[in-house]
Design a protein around this ligand. Structure first.
Ligand SMILES: [Mn+2]
Length: 361
């Protein structure tokens, strides 16, 4: 496995030199954050970020994410132009040595939390989600609340200037159900996978977070059945998953260890996000340390499933808590994610060593 760390480029307050000091850290996961969704990522800009990363002694093999333009998810006639741009971006990334590209297919919103700094018993803070807060909320009331700026809602990528666009998108999605969204994903994959094959990029779709419909918007990357349908709809070694334990695992019906084992065996895991969460009740969960004895997910089981199937792709700790007084981007501080990386590496080393000794007996 290739231990990796997400870095937000030059806008990230965490220097690459600190990331390099995390034991076992080899690869940086990043993106060109200043390019508007749908536009081509210029080769020169990709090379520039790669240069920074390599000068810090790290690799740049993994991109998260090349976001998918809303017109593609909506199936609008303008989608062909955006798919064309997406293919050019893939070619530019491949030319710069990137070989895994993560993306998601969530309508309107990326991941959502209802509290960015829930205080845990040990005094650390973590992001949490409570379906009860979202469930009865009219999207228009939500937008008004966000405009007020008076609550802890996190809608990544939605600056105030763009709130009017949310209203427009909700109108457009009125006619899009799960099947239509799936058909639009299929169209997208048929458009980009031949290019991915040609230039040697493994595409990795990230599960929806949380993995269920919100505000009446369809969500499809939510369960083992749906993941299987997605990897089979366009049969190609380049059509795979960014399997994320914390996202899929917030629905207790998703047996995470089993899902990791199943898709690892199929060779469909192109990128692994491994983190823990604690489900308090259905629809209510918070993020935790990666090693958490009272959490809901079996980290050892996940790592063992990856090891057993010879997983050699990128893996990263995912959201961390805020600890030791660190102030920063919720979920993306340095300290707890560094602890997470080392914990995952420790599990991996132990599994590796144990399996070697077993073979030598
Ligand atoms: Mn994730």
């Amino acid at each position: 496995m290739l231990m990796s760390f997400r870095w937000y480029g030059s806008i990230d307050y965490i220097p690459l030199s600190h990331i390099k000091q995390i034991p076992g850290m080899r690869n940086v996961v990043s993106a060109l954050y200043s390019i508007p969704v749908g536009e081509v990522w210029p080769y020169e800009d990709i090379v520039e970020i790669k240069k920074q990363i390599e000068e810090a002694g790290l690799l740049f093999k993994t991109v998260e994410s090349v976001n998918v333009h809303e017109d593609i998810k909506l199936g609008l006639p303008t989608r062909d132009r955006y798919i064309e741009n997406y293919c050019i971006t893939l070619k530019n990334l491949a030319k710069a040595g990137v070989n895994v590209v993560c993306y998601n297919f969530m309508p309107v919103f990326d991941w959502i939390r209802t509290d960015l700094a829930k205080v845990l018993p040990d005094g650390s803070t973590a992001m949490s989600y409570d379906e009860k807060i979202i469930r009865d909320l009219d999207p228009y009331v939500l937008v008004a609340k966000m405009e007020e700026g008076s609550n802890g809602f996190e809608m990544p990528g939605w600056e105030k200037e763009r709130f009017s666009e949310i209203k427009r998108l909700f109108e457009l999605y009125k006619d899009i159900d799960e099947e239509k969204l799936f058909a639009n994903l299929k169209y997208f994959l048929e458009g980009i996978i031949p290019t991915a094959e040609e230039c040697g990029i493994k595409m990795a779709i990230h599960p929806d977070d949380p993995p269920w419909s919100i505000f009446g918007l369809p969500r499809i990357v939510i369960s083992r059945e749906n993941l299987e349908r997605i990897v089979k709809v366009v049969a190609s070694p380049c059509n795979g998953l960014a399997l994320c334990s914390g996202s899929l695992g917030s629905n207790a019906r998703n047996d995470i260890v089993e899902i990791f084992r199943y898709f690892a065996k199929m060779g469909k895991i192109h990128f692994a996000h491994v983190r823990n969460i604690k489900i308090e009740e259905p629809g209510v969960f918070h993020e935790t340390a990666h090693k958490s004895d009272d959490s809901s997910l079996d980290m050892f089981g996940i790592m063992k499933a990856l090891h057993e199937t010879g997983y050699d792709g990128p893996i990263r700790p995912d959201h961390g808590r805020m600890i030791w007084g660190e102030q920063g981007r919720p979920g993306y501080g340095l300290y707890d994610r560094a602890l997470g990386a080392v914990y995952l590496s420790g599990l991996w080393d132990a599994i590796e060593r144990y399996s070697q000794e077993g073979k030598n007996k």
